[in-house]
Design a protein around this ligand. Structure first.
Ligand code: V47
Ligand code: SF4
Length: 378
């Protein structure tokens, strides 16, 4: 983009506020913004202005490229020992008649059911079942790798890993090494929720702490595994909490460079203990995507997870800093449909996803988990 033109547009947007102008000029110059500046953007940044800045960065990093992959999800169980207040999907072990538990054989059969499809990734994530322990999953990982060695296994949130590894009485490093040796390739970003302790205590008191989550991802990075990071927004968190969350991720990324992608996850309010909290507006969704893109100058990709956000808003997010739509051939995850997402049957063919991207004036690029290009769609 022509720099004079962008500066003129920026001055137009920011003419009423000197601080917004200063921050905008920093962003256009490729400089990092401070936590105070991040807070200011949350407090005062109007969505069109933020979108303009985020889109500038997105286009500089990725041009029109919009990534997705072909994957499928396996949710081994929704039985969970934890009781996060925002969760619509888990069933306590005591009430497990409402829940599901797949056997090892059912999980492997599900992997085999994709044998004839050009899929690059399986995403395994679920509740924290007290009896599905490390040995159970190590065996499954080995069997998946023996059956289909090239399939990338992205699996287990830091919450699941923390529980299983502690129960096996191992250190995080020892436990993660065993997962890696058995075939785990990378970690998804779930379980981060919001790091700020007061708010975390209110929404998910009993699971891994912020420090524990960050330690697991740091250790995975040190062992050579990449991971993603998420932030659950639009519930009780303050703007300060959001900046604290983004800042902790940015600091860890400076150290390890192990995060591939950041995924803001919009809180959905159906069928959970926080249903009294109204869901935030689409304007707030776009502001969160844009500020995430602006703040996280060291994380390459910002993902909109369309099964949760809905495909129209995901399409819109491509002008607010997002360059990745996750993808999926068959997203049978229930965590969002049960929480009230408009995507009750989140299945899109590759062609349909490519069309959504093209309609937004962008270029669909099929990738693998590590962002190697598989196919560019013209
Ligand atoms: O940690 C649970 C979220 C996450 C609700 O790494 C909710 O590629 C909104 O992290 N409203 C798990 N969100 C899913 C996840 C994920 C999904 C897709 C891709 C990747 C990746 C990671 O789902 C949980 C929690 O933050 N969640 N309940 C809810 N009511
Ligand atoms: Fe369990 Fe995850 Fe739901 Fe929390 S969000 S209750 S850890 S399944």
């Amino acid at each position: 983009m022509n720099n004079n033109l962008s500066t003129t547009a920026l001055l137009h947007y920011a003419k009423l506020d000197a601080n917004l102008k200063t921050i905008g000029l920093k962003v256009l110059a490729g400089e990092r913004i401070t936590p105070d500046e991040g807070l200011y953007l949350f407090e005062k940044g109007e969505w069109a202005y933020l979108g303009y800045l985020a889109n500038f960065i997105r286009n500089k990093l990725h041009q029109d490229n919009t990534y997705f992959n072909r994957n499928f999800h396996i949710e081994p169980t929704n039985v969970c020992v934890f009781s996060c207040k925002f969760c619509s999907y888990s069933r306590l072990y005591a009430h497990k008649e409402d829940g599901w538990e797949l056997t090892a054989e059912q999980i492997i059969d599900r992997v085999k059911s994709y044998d004839n499809q050009q899929i690059t990734e399986v995403h395994i994530v679920g509740g924290v079942h007290p009896k599905m322990n490390m040995a159970f999953f190590l065996d499954i990982l080995r069997k998946i790798k023996a059956h289909r060695p090239a399939l990338h296994i992205k699996g287990f949130t830091a919450v699941e890993l923390d529980y299983m590894i502690r129960k096996a009485k191992l250190t995080i490093e020892e436990g993660l090494k065993q997962f890696k040796e058995a075939g785990l390739d990378s970690l998804p970003g779930g379980g981060a929720e919001i790091f700020a302790p007061e708010t975390r205590r209110k929404i998910c008191q009993d699971k891994v702490s912020a420090e524990g989550w960050l330690h697991i991802h740091k250790t995975a990075h040190q062992l050579g595994m990449k991971s993603n990071a998420t932030m659950l927004y639009g519930h009780l968190e303050s703007y300060e909490d959001r900046v604290d969350h983004l800042n902790r991720l940015r600091q860890l990324q400076d150290e390890t460079k192990g995060f591939n992608t950041f995924i803001p996850l919009k809180f959905r309010n159906k069928n959970n203990d926080m249903s009294d909290i109204a869901e935030c507006s689409v304007i707030e969704d776009m502001r969160v995507f844009a500020i995430s893109r602006i703040y996280l100058d060291n994380i390459s990709h910002i993902k909109a997870y369309w099964p949760m956000l809905g495909r129209t808003k995901a399409q819109m997010s491509l002008d607010f800093g997002v360059d990745d739509l996750d993808g999926t051939i068959d997203d049978s995850t229930k965590i969002y449909s049960m929480a009230g997402s408009e995507e009750q049957n989140p299945v899109l063919t590759t062609e349909a996803l490519a069309t959504i991207i093209k309609q937004a004036g962008r270029k669909p690029v099929e990738r693998d988990t590590l962002y190697n290009v598989v196919k560019v769609y013209d």
